[in-house]
Design a protein around this ligand. Sequence first.
Ligand code: HEM
Length: 345
Amino acid sequence: MPSMHQTASLLLAIASVCLAQRSSNISICDKYTTALFHQNTGANQYKLLTYLVNTVVIGGYNNSHAAAPTVKVPGILAPGEFNGTKVNLLPYFDGGLNSTNRGGGAGVAVNFLDGGGAKPVMANKPANSDGSAQSKLLTHLYSYFGILLGCSQSGKDGFPAYDGEKSQYDVHKYMGLDAYRIGYFISQVGLAASSFGVSTEDVASVADALNGAFGVKCAPATAIDPGQGPQLQSICVADSCPQAPMGDCAPYGTSAGEPLVANATLALGEGRNGTASSEASASTAGKNGGVTGPKPTGTGTGTGTGTGTGTGKSKSSSSATVLDANMWSRVLVGAAILCIFSWCS
Ligand code: HEM
């Protein structure tokens, strides 16, 4: 527990962070909408978010508005690496894994590339058809990241309000995400932003805010969309995830661990095979928590019947940057997030 003195210093530090944030007086969304499209309208802010999210998803595509086209963005669907650990997020999006929460007690497989995949996305659209899972996901991401980046016209003037799930923990709870996958995702947000001319300093503040809100374990309920009230938002559940300052894991319950393979061809070695009865032991055996040990290959361990053919992560020495941030810096980052999310719009 912090002492009285520490608490007072902390409050002072939070106040300083908040004032510094407020004094900039214009959100990242508004700043770069003006820079790219001149008119800071809701429609133009939504256009910025469309370009940004599309680039995060499929990687850099031929876009006349890319201010720094030399920045290479592989995108979250491409296999990549974070802090020396290989990452492959595609099977979460193409139905390879039982990783989507549709309200039952276990994850299910959903193909989120059912609206034409990359082709419409490269044409600056979410999908070919409005009714597709792809359209729903991408339009939700445009609106949600608009809130995160402080778009002043979010919810009005051609910028649709976010109407997706309130709790990002609930959305991602069956994905068994770790610090590497989330780190890779956030690195793609940063690269995409850089490719549109966002400054290194602004990219770093966005990455800090995303890491602080979502890339931690067991953060207290937070209101990201002010209209939705405080919700559980931590999506990082594996052993590699840094604990949130003042975190409380009780409301989060027990992690479901790595998702089960739904389609071995599409899973590309991600996820785990096994029966329901093998889940607990397989997850303890460390496919995902495998950051503390080598990747399991061959037959499953313990009482599990899974074959463990997936991609358990091996710890890399450079992962220290993910794991070793001290608690007070996280508290300050948390304060900065509150400022960015609450006051920059
Ligand atoms: C900073 C981190 C992240 C944020 C802020 C974020 C945010 C979101 C949002 C707003 C949605 C839409 C929810 C809805 O439609 O109700 C979503 C869905 C989704 N996200 Fe993330 N996400 C993050 C990281 C990740 C990562 C690392 C993965 C890796 C696989 C991922 C996979 C997905 C998938 C598959 C969906 C569709 C789920 C569904 O519709 O049920 N996300 N995310």
